[in-house]
Unconditional design. Sequence first.
Length: 159
Amino acid sequence: MKRIILFFALIFPIGIFIFLRYFGKNEFTIPVYYSNELPDSLAGCKKVEVVPYSVPESTLNKLGWNGNPAIITNDTLADTRKNLLNLHQDFESDKLDIIVYAISDSIINTLCRCELLLEKPWTTVLIDKERRIRGYYSPNTREEIDRLEVEIKILLNKY
């Protein structure tokens, strides 16, 4: 009786492993922000009622968008720029845009705050090809850069 129980105790995990190996699928996804509702805390901004929200193409064109998934930042710290440039080199540059805009440019700053819905402490946003917001980041820490890198890989591989 002990041998039978021991046999099944060993075979059962192996069977599950084999089943998951051949029939399972590991998939990761990243959220689409504002697919159901928009934030209320946009003082001084024109109220947008369109849900699901996508960033206006005119805003992205003003920032120099090429139609690829993009990282858009107003963080002008040297470390952040270095981190983003290193990140950009890890991916094919024709598949990912990195856009840095000057925080002193009030028109661009207002457009990004009101249309990218970028609020403190976040300084960087990730958008996909359909102009949907996929994540907010503060890329001055290694953890945030790692999270951004993983989400870019998911975005480029899946979408």
